[in-house]
Design a protein around this ligand. Structure first.
Ligand code: FES
Length: 128
């Protein structure tokens, strides 16, 4: 199943959060739907830039975080809390760990007026 086929995938233009809700240098999960198989969006921010991915590690298809909203990121990388795979924040590429060579699934999102929306504009968009 692709992310577009997920029954809880939000509509284009759905509001995800405020840019300020995403910790600078960290991440925020915004989920749609109920249950463990709901649609989990991982938003990562570095200063005025935001990236969005499916919050699912390609190793065991688990969320990258072990505890709610606890994402481990530094120096341009985010680490999966389960088996320490490292992904580039800017591309989602897995550069180290058990699933090196794979990557996170990019989701479309854009910023407008300090808010983040789901949709097909720009990935890694400027937020200013
Ligand atoms: S589930 Fe992410 S590294 Fe294993």
């Amino acid at each position: 199943m692709t992310w577009q086929q997920h029954p809880d995938c939000p509509a284009n233009g759905a509001r995800l959060c405020a840019v300020a809700d995403i910790p600078d240098g960290g991440g925020l999960e915004v989920a749609f739907g109920a249950g463990s198989e709901n649609f989990k969006i991982l938003l990562l921010r570095q200063e005025a830039r935001v990236w969005s991915y499916v919050n699912r590690c390609p190793h065991f298809s688990l969320p990258l975080n072990y505890e709610p909203q606890n994402f481990i990121a530094s120096e341009g990388l985010i680490m999966c809390a389960h088996h320490t795979a490292f992904f580039r924040i800017e591309s989602g590429e897995c550069v180290d760990g058990p699933c090196a060579g794979t990557g996170l699934t990019v989701l479309p999102a854009y910023c407008h007026g300090g808010e983040v929306y789901f949709g097909s504009r720009h990935h890694g968009m400027e937020t200013a």
